[in-house]
Design a binder for this molecule. Structure first.
Ligand code: WQD
Length: 337
């Protein structure tokens, strides 16, 4: 299939582009490069040996996006474009709602107009809010007790897609609820390149290991977990990318959600130890008070995706640390200026 991959220059997008190409699909990247680099697309071309056309536009700018897509043929869309920093969303709610919702509304209008009826949406375990039970399956309540506009925008986008499908029964949409994506392509040529101070644990640890940051702050060690630090389900980005292709190739009319996670929880200190083993570098840290909004444990029950998509994670936390280190040590400044 010829896939329009929005946000295709980003962390998830670039790895998904590579797996799509490896599976024989064609990829057209749409990105405004507000939080990503053209170099990522160039390296995807280098790794795949394929050309990847790029449409540089803000998908939330309806007029410009419609004009930019006027002559672009595609059979399906994978929608990764959006703002994703939890803390930033609290400070800039209108920007987050406008960008994250308008981009989806524009994409759905273009797809309906062109009769493109296959959509994979980059959703998040954040839609579950505080876990009522762990591990979480897709039956877990959603849209209750969400604590930030980023999470609400993911939940609202899921609703927007359900309503679009109710009005257009031919639409087939898959909502992929990511747990904690980590790692990089084993070549070390593409990886996570957050702008500014990383919000997420793995990129922060990688920057400590490579010397860009001094010390890690561990956000609390009094949670009801084995070592007191927060437990999360870290999924290798290559497994995540493969989950997108598995979903795309099985799309049927209707809307279905899947958890993309390993089903295994790892604590902050587990990640620190794993990264020290992978990099051979010490990760000095200080324990500080818990981060507001954090919960003790978030772990996926991935059984539905395992069964219905015939997909499961195959890479470990150690693999993710090894591959993150390969990326970070070869690219200390990310994709660079
Ligand atoms: C992981 C653990 C922190 C940083 C968020 C979003 C989620 C998704 C993934 C987009 C927690 C601890 C972290 C640090 C720390 N994003 N931590 N020191 O919060 O589970 O999920 O990112 O889809 O939607 O909510 O990920 O990596 O920020 O935190 O101790 O410097 O590491 O307390 O226990 P999180 P995270």
């Amino acid at each position: 299939m010829r896939v329009l991959l929005t946000g295709g220059a980003g962390y998830i997008g670039s790895h998904t582009a590579l797996v799509l190409l490896d599976h024989g699909h064609e990829v057209v990247v749409l990105d405004d490069f507000s939080n990503s680099s053209r170099e990522a697309v160039r390296r995807v071309e280098e790794l795949s040996g394929s050309r990847v056309p790029v449409i540089e536009v803000d998908l939330a700018d309806r007029e410009r996006a419609l004009a930019a897509l006027a002559d672009v043929e595609f059979d399906a869309a994978i929608h990764c474009a959006g703002l994703k920093a939890v803390g930033e969303s609290v400070a800039q709610p209108s920007r987050y709602y406008r960008v994250n919702l308008d981009s989806t509304l524009t994409l759905l209008d273009v797809m309906r107009e062109r009769g493109v009826s296959k959509l994979v949406f980059s959703s998040s375990a954040t839609v579950y809010g505080d876990p009522a039970y762990v591990p979480q399956d897709e039956q877990h309540q959603v849209g209750v007790g969400l604590t930030n506009p980023y999470g609400w925008s993911k939940f609202m986008n899921e609703q927007i897609i359900r309503d679009a499908q109710a009005a257009w029964p031919e639409l087939g949409a898959v909502l992929l609820r990511y747990f904690n994506p980590v790692g990089a392509h084993p070549s070390g040529r593409i990886g996570e390149d957050p702008s500014g101070i990383p919000n997420n644990l793995m990129p922060f640890i990688a920057q400590v290991a490579v010397g860009v940051r001094e010390r890690l702050s561990v956000f609390g060690d009094t949670y009801p977990t084995p070592d007191g630090t927060g437990v999360r389900d870290y999924i290798h980005v290559m497994d995540l990318a493969e989950g997108h292709v598995a979903a795309l190739e099985r799309i049927e009319a209707g809307v279905v959600s899947y958890n993309l996670g390993s089903g295994t929880g790892s604590s902050v200190l587990d990640v620190v130890s794993a990264f020290e083993a992978a990099s051979g570098r010490p990760i000095p840290y200080d324990v500080v008070p818990p981060r507001p909004g954090d919960v003790a444990e978030v772990v996926a029950n991935p059984a539905k995706a395992n069964t219905e998509l015939d997909w499961r994670t195959t890479r470990s936390l150690a693999d993710a640390c090894r591959d993150t280190w390969a990326w970070q040590s070869a690219n200390p400044s990310g994709y660079g200026a």
